[in-house]
Design a protein around this ligand. Structure first.
Ligand SMILES: Cc1ncc(COP(=O)(O)O)c(C=O)c1O
Length: 408
Protein backbone atom coordinates (compact mmCIF):
# COMPACT_ATOMS: atom_id res chain seq x y z
CA UNK A 1 0.00 0.00 0.00
CA UNK A 2 1.32 3.43 -0.95
CA UNK A 3 0.96 6.05 1.76
CA UNK A 4 -0.12 9.05 -0.27
CA UNK A 5 -0.09 11.23 2.88
CA UNK A 6 3.70 10.96 3.01
CA UNK A 7 4.02 11.99 -0.62
CA UNK A 8 2.99 15.57 0.20
CA UNK A 9 6.16 15.98 2.28
CA UNK A 10 8.30 15.50 -0.80
CA UNK A 11 7.01 18.74 -2.32
CA UNK A 12 8.59 21.79 -0.62
CA UNK A 13 6.14 24.27 -2.15
CA UNK A 14 3.21 22.58 -0.43
CA UNK A 15 4.48 23.97 2.89
CA UNK A 16 4.07 27.51 1.53
CA UNK A 17 1.46 29.93 2.85
CA UNK A 18 -0.56 31.89 0.30
CA UNK A 19 -2.36 34.96 1.64
CA UNK A 20 -1.61 33.64 5.10
CA UNK A 21 -3.30 30.28 4.41
CA UNK A 22 -1.87 26.82 3.72
CA UNK A 23 -1.46 26.34 -0.01
CA UNK A 24 -4.07 24.09 -1.61
CA UNK A 25 -2.89 23.51 -5.15
CA UNK A 26 -5.66 22.35 -7.46
CA UNK A 27 -4.33 23.52 -10.83
CA UNK A 28 -2.34 20.46 -11.80
CA UNK A 29 -3.69 20.33 -15.33
CA UNK A 30 -1.90 23.65 -15.93
CA UNK A 31 1.36 22.57 -14.33
CA UNK A 32 2.37 20.27 -11.50
CA UNK A 33 4.57 20.90 -8.46
CA UNK A 34 8.06 19.42 -8.25
CA UNK A 35 9.41 16.95 -5.69
CA UNK A 36 12.68 17.67 -3.88
CA UNK A 37 14.48 15.06 -5.99
CA UNK A 38 13.72 16.98 -9.22
CA UNK A 39 14.66 20.35 -7.71
CA UNK A 40 17.89 18.94 -6.26
CA UNK A 41 18.83 17.33 -9.56
CA UNK A 42 18.73 20.68 -11.37
CA UNK A 43 21.14 22.11 -8.77
CA UNK A 44 23.30 18.98 -9.00
CA UNK A 45 23.70 19.41 -12.77
CA UNK A 46 24.75 23.05 -12.53
CA UNK A 47 27.03 22.46 -9.54
CA UNK A 48 28.74 19.32 -10.77
CA UNK A 49 28.63 18.57 -14.49
CA UNK A 50 27.25 21.51 -16.40
CA UNK A 51 28.71 21.17 -19.91
CA UNK A 52 27.06 21.15 -23.32
CA UNK A 53 25.89 17.78 -24.58
CA UNK A 54 27.04 15.94 -27.72
CA UNK A 55 29.98 18.31 -28.21
CA UNK A 56 32.76 18.16 -25.67
CA UNK A 57 35.54 15.60 -25.81
CA UNK A 58 36.05 15.94 -22.09
CA UNK A 59 34.71 14.20 -19.01
CA UNK A 60 32.19 16.82 -17.93
CA UNK A 61 30.48 16.91 -21.31
CA UNK A 62 30.57 13.12 -21.53
CA UNK A 63 28.84 12.95 -18.15
CA UNK A 64 26.07 15.45 -19.09
CA UNK A 65 25.58 13.69 -22.44
CA UNK A 66 25.29 10.33 -20.69
CA UNK A 67 22.74 11.69 -18.21
CA UNK A 68 20.77 13.43 -20.98
CA UNK A 69 20.60 10.23 -23.05
CA UNK A 70 19.75 8.27 -19.90
CA UNK A 71 16.50 10.26 -19.61
CA UNK A 72 15.70 9.38 -23.21
CA UNK A 73 16.27 5.69 -22.49
CA UNK A 74 13.96 5.89 -19.48
CA UNK A 75 11.25 7.60 -21.56
CA UNK A 76 11.48 4.65 -23.97
CA UNK A 77 10.66 2.37 -21.02
CA UNK A 78 8.04 4.74 -19.57
CA UNK A 79 5.86 4.64 -22.70
CA UNK A 80 7.12 1.31 -24.06
CA UNK A 81 8.57 2.72 -27.26
CA UNK A 82 10.79 0.47 -29.35
CA UNK A 83 13.97 2.54 -29.31
CA UNK A 84 15.60 5.85 -28.45
CA UNK A 85 15.31 6.78 -32.13
CA UNK A 86 11.59 7.32 -31.53
CA UNK A 87 11.98 9.90 -28.75
CA UNK A 88 12.57 13.55 -29.70
CA UNK A 89 13.07 16.22 -27.03
CA UNK A 90 11.22 19.48 -27.57
CA UNK A 91 10.30 22.43 -25.32
CA UNK A 92 6.77 21.24 -24.52
CA UNK A 93 3.79 19.28 -25.79
CA UNK A 94 2.80 22.22 -28.01
CA UNK A 95 6.16 22.22 -29.76
CA UNK A 96 5.96 18.44 -30.22
CA UNK A 97 2.63 18.82 -32.02
CA UNK A 98 4.01 21.71 -34.11
CA UNK A 99 6.93 19.51 -35.10
CA UNK A 100 4.51 16.97 -36.58
CA UNK A 101 2.46 19.73 -38.24
CA UNK A 102 5.52 21.31 -39.88
CA UNK A 103 7.74 18.34 -40.60
CA UNK A 104 5.12 15.79 -41.52
CA UNK A 105 1.65 17.20 -42.23
CA UNK A 106 2.72 20.26 -44.24
CA UNK A 107 4.79 18.05 -46.55
CA UNK A 108 2.04 15.52 -47.00
CA UNK A 109 -1.26 17.42 -47.13
CA UNK A 110 -2.64 18.60 -50.46
CA UNK A 111 -5.60 20.89 -51.16
CA UNK A 112 -8.82 19.06 -50.33
CA UNK A 113 -7.19 16.67 -47.83
CA UNK A 114 -8.82 16.24 -44.45
CA UNK A 115 -7.61 16.26 -40.85
CA UNK A 116 -9.93 14.91 -38.15
CA UNK A 117 -9.81 16.52 -34.71
CA UNK A 118 -12.18 16.26 -31.75
CA UNK A 119 -14.17 19.03 -30.09
CA UNK A 120 -12.30 18.18 -26.86
CA UNK A 121 -8.97 19.50 -28.08
CA UNK A 122 -6.76 22.01 -26.28
CA UNK A 123 -5.67 24.89 -28.55
CA UNK A 124 -2.26 23.21 -28.78
CA UNK A 125 -3.81 20.35 -30.70
CA UNK A 126 -6.06 22.58 -32.77
CA UNK A 127 -4.30 25.76 -33.87
CA UNK A 128 -1.36 23.90 -35.53
CA UNK A 129 -3.93 21.95 -37.59
CA UNK A 130 -5.85 25.11 -38.49
CA UNK A 131 -2.52 26.47 -39.72
CA UNK A 132 -1.75 23.35 -41.80
CA UNK A 133 -5.26 23.57 -43.24
CA UNK A 134 -4.80 27.25 -44.14
CA UNK A 135 -1.41 26.80 -45.77
CA UNK A 136 -2.22 23.56 -47.58
CA UNK A 137 -5.91 24.08 -48.36
CA UNK A 138 -6.91 21.10 -46.22
CA UNK A 139 -10.14 20.79 -44.25
CA UNK A 140 -10.64 20.25 -40.49
CA UNK A 141 -13.39 17.88 -39.42
CA UNK A 142 -14.57 18.06 -35.78
CA UNK A 143 -15.79 14.91 -34.04
CA UNK A 144 -18.56 15.96 -31.61
CA UNK A 145 -19.16 14.76 -28.08
CA UNK A 146 -22.18 12.73 -26.98
CA UNK A 147 -24.09 13.63 -23.81
CA UNK A 148 -22.48 10.61 -22.16
CA UNK A 149 -19.11 12.34 -22.55
CA UNK A 150 -17.84 9.90 -25.14
CA UNK A 151 -16.74 11.03 -28.57
CA UNK A 152 -19.35 10.28 -31.22
CA UNK A 153 -17.69 7.18 -32.65
CA UNK A 154 -20.30 6.72 -35.40
CA UNK A 155 -19.58 10.24 -36.62
CA UNK A 156 -15.86 9.54 -36.32
CA UNK A 157 -15.96 6.30 -38.29
CA UNK A 158 -18.14 7.88 -40.99
CA UNK A 159 -15.76 10.83 -41.29
CA UNK A 160 -13.03 8.90 -43.06
CA UNK A 161 -12.60 9.42 -46.78
CA UNK A 162 -9.77 8.76 -49.18
CA UNK A 163 -8.66 12.35 -48.46
CA UNK A 164 -8.25 11.83 -44.70
CA UNK A 165 -4.59 12.20 -43.74
CA UNK A 166 -4.50 12.43 -39.95
CA UNK A 167 -6.52 12.10 -36.76
CA UNK A 168 -5.46 14.36 -33.86
CA UNK A 169 -7.01 13.50 -30.53
CA UNK A 170 -6.41 14.11 -26.87
CA UNK A 171 -5.89 11.19 -24.50
CA UNK A 172 -7.63 13.14 -21.75
CA UNK A 173 -9.57 16.41 -21.89
CA UNK A 174 -8.08 19.24 -19.83
CA UNK A 175 -11.62 20.62 -19.30
CA UNK A 176 -13.88 17.63 -18.69
CA UNK A 177 -11.32 15.05 -17.59
CA UNK A 178 -12.68 12.64 -20.20
CA UNK A 179 -10.32 9.88 -21.26
CA UNK A 180 -10.87 8.98 -24.89
CA UNK A 181 -10.96 5.42 -26.17
CA UNK A 182 -7.58 5.68 -27.84
CA UNK A 183 -7.30 2.02 -28.79
CA UNK A 184 -10.60 2.09 -30.65
CA UNK A 185 -9.85 5.45 -32.31
CA UNK A 186 -6.42 4.33 -33.49
CA UNK A 187 -7.72 0.96 -34.70
CA UNK A 188 -10.44 2.55 -36.87
CA UNK A 189 -8.02 5.16 -38.20
CA UNK A 190 -5.54 2.46 -39.19
CA UNK A 191 -8.29 0.46 -40.87
CA UNK A 192 -8.68 3.55 -43.06
CA UNK A 193 -4.92 3.93 -43.57
CA UNK A 194 -4.87 7.11 -41.51
CA UNK A 195 -2.22 8.04 -38.94
CA UNK A 196 -3.07 9.20 -35.41
CA UNK A 197 -1.47 11.84 -33.20
CA UNK A 198 -2.28 11.55 -29.49
CA UNK A 199 -2.04 14.63 -27.29
CA UNK A 200 -1.01 12.97 -24.04
CA UNK A 201 -0.40 16.18 -22.06
CA UNK A 202 -3.01 15.24 -19.43
CA UNK A 203 -2.52 11.49 -19.66
CA UNK A 204 1.24 11.15 -19.17
CA UNK A 205 2.10 10.75 -15.51
CA UNK A 206 -1.54 9.95 -14.63
CA UNK A 207 -2.10 6.66 -16.49
CA UNK A 208 0.04 3.94 -18.01
CA UNK A 209 0.90 4.73 -21.63
CA UNK A 210 2.00 1.91 -23.90
CA UNK A 211 2.57 3.28 -27.39
CA UNK A 212 3.06 -0.19 -28.87
CA UNK A 213 -0.15 -1.51 -27.40
CA UNK A 214 -2.00 1.64 -28.55
CA UNK A 215 -0.20 1.49 -31.89
CA UNK A 216 -0.03 5.32 -31.79
CA UNK A 217 1.84 6.94 -34.67
CA UNK A 218 2.66 10.14 -32.77
CA UNK A 219 2.30 10.93 -29.07
CA UNK A 220 3.16 14.25 -27.43
CA UNK A 221 3.52 15.34 -23.80
CA UNK A 222 5.18 17.85 -21.44
CA UNK A 223 7.48 17.14 -18.51
CA UNK A 224 6.10 20.01 -16.39
CA UNK A 225 2.66 18.38 -16.20
CA UNK A 226 4.12 15.20 -14.67
CA UNK A 227 6.36 16.49 -11.83
CA UNK A 228 9.26 17.36 -14.15
CA UNK A 229 10.84 20.71 -14.98
CA UNK A 230 9.37 23.24 -17.41
CA UNK A 231 10.90 23.63 -20.85
CA UNK A 232 10.94 19.92 -21.69
CA UNK A 233 8.56 18.22 -24.09
CA UNK A 234 8.58 14.82 -25.75
CA UNK A 235 7.49 13.72 -29.17
CA UNK A 236 7.19 9.99 -29.69
CA UNK A 237 6.84 8.93 -33.31
CA UNK A 238 7.26 5.54 -34.94
CA UNK A 239 10.77 5.21 -36.33
CA UNK A 240 9.64 4.65 -39.90
CA UNK A 241 7.56 7.85 -39.79
CA UNK A 242 10.35 9.93 -38.26
CA UNK A 243 12.68 8.62 -40.96
CA UNK A 244 10.35 10.08 -43.60
CA UNK A 245 9.98 13.44 -41.85
CA UNK A 246 12.02 16.47 -42.87
CA UNK A 247 13.37 18.71 -40.07
CA UNK A 248 11.97 22.21 -39.73
CA UNK A 249 14.55 23.69 -37.35
CA UNK A 250 18.07 23.72 -38.72
CA UNK A 251 21.50 24.45 -37.22
CA UNK A 252 24.07 22.90 -34.91
CA UNK A 253 23.86 19.37 -33.54
CA UNK A 254 21.29 18.15 -36.09
CA UNK A 255 23.89 17.65 -38.82
CA UNK A 256 26.39 14.96 -39.72
CA UNK A 257 28.44 17.10 -42.12
CA UNK A 258 28.23 20.61 -43.57
CA UNK A 259 29.68 21.95 -46.83
CA UNK A 260 29.42 25.51 -48.10
CA UNK A 261 26.25 24.72 -50.05
CA UNK A 262 24.75 21.62 -48.45
CA UNK A 263 24.50 19.59 -45.29
CA UNK A 264 23.85 15.99 -44.41
CA UNK A 265 21.56 15.64 -41.44
CA UNK A 266 22.21 13.51 -38.37
CA UNK A 267 20.56 10.19 -37.57
CA UNK A 268 17.39 9.92 -35.51
CA UNK A 269 16.47 11.47 -33.19
CA UNK A 270 19.19 14.19 -33.21
CA UNK A 271 18.05 15.38 -36.65
CA UNK A 272 15.06 16.96 -34.92
CA UNK A 273 16.99 18.50 -32.01
CA UNK A 274 18.81 21.48 -33.49
CA UNK A 275 20.77 23.75 -31.14
CA UNK A 276 21.60 23.34 -27.47
CA UNK A 277 18.81 21.40 -25.78
CA UNK A 278 17.50 22.13 -22.30
CA UNK A 279 19.80 19.40 -21.02
CA UNK A 280 19.79 20.34 -17.32
CA UNK A 281 16.01 20.08 -17.12
CA UNK A 282 15.95 16.98 -19.30
CA UNK A 283 18.40 15.32 -16.91
CA UNK A 284 16.18 16.33 -13.96
CA UNK A 285 13.09 15.03 -15.76
CA UNK A 286 14.48 11.55 -15.14
CA UNK A 287 13.92 12.08 -11.40
CA UNK A 288 10.24 12.78 -12.10
CA UNK A 289 9.98 9.53 -14.08
CA UNK A 290 11.63 7.69 -11.20
CA UNK A 291 9.24 9.28 -8.67
CA UNK A 292 6.21 8.24 -10.73
CA UNK A 293 7.55 4.73 -11.39
CA UNK A 294 8.28 4.20 -7.69
CA UNK A 295 4.65 4.96 -6.80
CA UNK A 296 3.27 3.19 -9.86
CA UNK A 297 0.97 4.72 -12.45
CA UNK A 298 -1.83 2.27 -11.67
CA UNK A 299 -1.78 3.45 -8.05
CA UNK A 300 -1.74 7.09 -9.11
CA UNK A 301 -4.67 6.58 -11.49
CA UNK A 302 -6.71 4.81 -8.79
CA UNK A 303 -5.88 7.46 -6.21
CA UNK A 304 -6.91 10.33 -8.50
CA UNK A 305 -10.08 8.51 -9.45
CA UNK A 306 -11.05 8.14 -5.77
CA UNK A 307 -10.34 11.81 -5.19
CA UNK A 308 -12.51 12.65 -8.21
CA UNK A 309 -15.38 10.59 -6.72
CA UNK A 310 -14.94 12.21 -3.32
CA UNK A 311 -14.95 15.72 -4.82
CA UNK A 312 -17.92 14.87 -7.05
CA UNK A 313 -19.96 13.68 -4.07
CA UNK A 314 -19.10 16.81 -2.04
CA UNK A 315 -19.70 19.28 -4.89
CA UNK A 316 -22.98 17.62 -5.89
CA UNK A 317 -24.32 18.44 -2.44
CA UNK A 318 -23.83 22.17 -3.07
CA UNK A 319 -27.02 23.61 -4.52
CA UNK A 320 -25.60 26.55 -6.43
CA UNK A 321 -23.05 24.76 -8.59
CA UNK A 322 -23.27 23.69 -12.19
CA UNK A 323 -20.93 20.73 -12.60
CA UNK A 324 -19.71 19.78 -16.06
CA UNK A 325 -19.35 16.10 -15.34
CA UNK A 326 -20.38 13.82 -18.21
CA UNK A 327 -23.18 11.27 -17.70
CA UNK A 328 -20.68 8.46 -17.99
CA UNK A 329 -18.21 9.75 -15.45
CA UNK A 330 -16.48 6.36 -15.34
CA UNK A 331 -14.29 7.66 -18.16
CA UNK A 332 -13.10 10.70 -16.17
CA UNK A 333 -9.77 11.22 -14.45
CA UNK A 334 -9.02 13.80 -11.76
CA UNK A 335 -10.42 16.94 -13.40
CA UNK A 336 -13.73 18.69 -12.70
CA UNK A 337 -14.98 21.91 -14.32
CA UNK A 338 -17.87 23.85 -12.83
CA UNK A 339 -19.50 27.22 -12.37
CA UNK A 340 -20.99 28.83 -9.28
CA UNK A 341 -24.38 30.03 -10.50
CA UNK A 342 -24.46 33.78 -11.02
CA UNK A 343 -20.76 34.23 -10.29
CA UNK A 344 -18.06 34.67 -12.94
CA UNK A 345 -15.40 31.96 -12.78
CA UNK A 346 -12.69 34.61 -12.39
CA UNK A 347 -14.39 35.89 -9.23
CA UNK A 348 -14.58 32.33 -7.91
CA UNK A 349 -10.84 31.88 -8.51
CA UNK A 350 -9.99 35.25 -6.89
CA UNK A 351 -11.98 34.53 -3.73
CA UNK A 352 -10.51 31.03 -3.44
CA UNK A 353 -7.04 32.56 -3.85
CA UNK A 354 -7.69 34.57 -0.68
CA UNK A 355 -8.09 31.18 1.02
CA UNK A 356 -4.79 29.90 -0.42
CA UNK A 357 -6.60 27.72 -2.98
CA UNK A 358 -5.31 27.73 -6.58
CA UNK A 359 -7.77 26.79 -9.29
CA UNK A 360 -7.94 27.65 -12.98
CA UNK A 361 -10.70 29.80 -14.46
CA UNK A 362 -11.54 30.95 -17.98
CA UNK A 363 -11.67 29.21 -21.33
CA UNK A 364 -8.95 26.74 -20.32
CA UNK A 365 -7.30 26.98 -23.76
CA UNK A 366 -10.23 25.05 -25.21
CA UNK A 367 -12.53 27.71 -26.59
CA UNK A 368 -14.46 25.54 -29.07
CA UNK A 369 -15.32 23.10 -26.27
CA UNK A 370 -16.23 25.73 -23.68
CA UNK A 371 -18.15 28.01 -26.08
CA UNK A 372 -19.80 25.48 -28.42
CA UNK A 373 -20.34 22.44 -26.23
CA UNK A 374 -20.66 23.85 -22.70
CA UNK A 375 -22.17 27.13 -24.02
CA UNK A 376 -20.17 29.11 -21.46
CA UNK A 377 -17.82 32.09 -21.58
CA UNK A 378 -15.75 30.80 -18.68
CA UNK A 379 -15.59 27.87 -16.29
CA UNK A 380 -13.72 27.11 -13.06
CA UNK A 381 -11.60 23.97 -12.95
CA UNK A 382 -10.01 21.82 -10.27
CA UNK A 383 -7.44 19.21 -11.26
CA UNK A 384 -5.81 16.72 -8.92
CA UNK A 385 -2.45 15.05 -8.63
CA UNK A 386 -0.90 12.50 -6.33
CA UNK A 387 -0.16 15.02 -3.51
CA UNK A 388 -3.78 16.23 -3.20
CA UNK A 389 -6.08 14.71 -0.60
CA UNK A 390 -9.60 14.81 0.80
CA UNK A 391 -8.63 17.69 3.08
CA UNK A 392 -7.90 19.79 -0.03
CA UNK A 393 -11.42 19.01 -1.28
CA UNK A 394 -12.92 20.00 2.06
CA UNK A 395 -11.04 23.32 2.01
CA UNK A 396 -12.31 23.88 -1.53
CA UNK A 397 -15.90 23.29 -0.40
CA UNK A 398 -15.45 25.76 2.48
CA UNK A 399 -13.98 28.27 0.01
CA UNK A 400 -16.92 27.81 -2.36
CA UNK A 401 -19.35 28.36 0.53
CA UNK A 402 -17.59 31.68 1.14
CA UNK A 403 -17.99 32.56 -2.57
CA UNK A 404 -21.73 31.92 -2.26
CA UNK A 405 -22.04 34.01 0.90
CA UNK A 406 -20.27 36.95 -0.72
CA UNK A 407 -22.52 36.92 -3.76
CA UNK A 408 -25.80 36.22 -1.98
C1 LIG B 1 -4.71 18.60 -23.28
C2 LIG B 1 -3.54 19.53 -23.40
N1 LIG B 1 -2.81 19.50 -24.50
C3 LIG B 1 -1.74 20.30 -24.67
C4 LIG B 1 -1.37 21.19 -23.70
C5 LIG B 1 -0.19 22.07 -23.93
O1 LIG B 1 0.84 21.78 -23.04
P1 LIG B 1 2.11 22.72 -23.01
O2 LIG B 1 1.61 24.09 -22.69
O3 LIG B 1 2.97 22.15 -21.95
O4 LIG B 1 2.71 22.67 -24.37
C6 LIG B 1 -2.11 21.27 -22.53
C7 LIG B 1 -1.78 22.26 -21.49
O5 LIG B 1 -2.57 22.58 -20.62
C8 LIG B 1 -3.23 20.41 -22.38
O6 LIG B 1 -3.98 20.44 -21.26
Amino acid sequence: MINFKNIKKEFPILKTKVNGKDLVYLDNAATTQKPKSVINKITEVYENYNANVHRGIYSLSEKSTEMYENTRENIVKFINAKSIKEIVFTRNCTESINLVANSWAKNLCMPGDEIIVSILEHHSNLVPWQEVSKVKGAKLIYVPLLKSGELDMDFFINSFSDRTKLVCVTGMSNVLGIKTDLKRIIKSAHQNNVKVLVDAAQLAGHSIIDVQDLDADFLAFSSHKMLGPTGVGVLYAKEEILEEMYPYIFGGDMIRSVDKENSVYADLPTRFEAGTPNFADIIAFDEALKFLNDIGLENIEKYERNLFLYAKSKLEKMKNLELYIPENHEICGGIISFNVLGVHAHDVASILDQEGICIRAGMLCAQPLVKDFLKENAVARISFYLYNDEEDVEKLVTGLEKVTRIFE
